[in-house]
Write a protein that binds this ligand. Sequence first.
Ligand code: ZN
Length: 410
Amino acid sequence: MRGGDKPTSRGPSDPVAGTDRRLVLAAAVGAGAVLWANFARGATAQTVRLHDHATHTRLVVELTGPVEFKVRRFADPYRLAIDIPGLEWSGDERSAGTGLISNVQYSRQTSVATSIFVDLKGPVKVAHAFVLPATGTTPTRLVLDLEPSTRELFLAGAEAVPAAKIVPVVAKTSKIEPARKFKIVAIDPGHGGIDPGAIGFSGIYEKEITLAAARQLKTRIEATGRYKAILTRGDDSSVALRQRTEIARHGTADLFISLHADSIRDPGVRGLSVYTLSERASDAEAEALAAKENQADSIIGMDLSHESAEVRNILVDLAQRESRNLATRFAGRLIGELQREARLLSNSHRFAGFAVLKSPDIPSVLIEMGYLSNREDEAALKKEGYRTKLMTAVVRGVDQYFNSAVVARM
Ligand code: ZN
């Protein structure tokens, strides 16, 4: 945008059609003319993601490198243009909207001028607009938060779009290193020490089954030569839930797998299920289970102490959402493999608020390997051979997860 652009028209009878570049409204923003000179090396946009929050709609563009950008506003229909000089595009040229956004499309206007057009369902306020630098596990991201506004404010340009700013992300030193030779998988045997977990049909403790399975998984996964495994406990000791996620973080784990075995009053219920973190832990049954596993631990925080509360919230939300998406992907692969070896519960992918799933930066799943309150499940889980089959399936699921395109580029 040239800083001197002026609105050329304001009338609702003067629509801006399609990708017509007549400006109805132009908001010069922080990344002004000076920055336009500096776009020789362009980045490529890989993915556009939209999240509909209760109070705002967030647009995240994943990029191969840092960019400069500015945001222009148009009315009739309501639309934003995010101008990013030199941007290349490798994703879908058009994607469907959600929340305040009706759709997003990419447009190359000249050889250097490229824009992402965000079609809106109504007038919005751009509450935040910034670029997050890449970290060891996430690409560069351009983030725009849109809140509902009024036509008057939108047209008046009263809310100037905030200057494009770079938010420094706290570096987790261990994760800035170039790609490691091994992926690191944290394996978490549920319960232990004074906490036996569920008590089985014949009296066996859940903590014994989970530790045995975890050791088998560690052996099998390391035997591939592709992974290193960290156990959150290697013996019958008590480890707090928060400590378990800390162990994974200090070990710079790429993936977290918690192993459990359930129990329920009805001895007829059996089958395996895989849990990932719920957005609201709405499912009542899942919530009851979450309460049971949670004890006193709460969410782990990243060290973002020198960031503003607002930025902190955005970063944690983004990280958690990303991890949750990846965990969901992993759970799908796991279930695909585990159903070949084990009987699964109906709705085998479940969502709950377990504390061990709450690492904002490590995709995490919890496997309830079966019901110790069920005679058949208990008998099976006591057998080394059955657990070996299960854990071998988990290794296949881990392989598929890390081989998938989305994860591999990280
Ligand atoms: Zn358990």
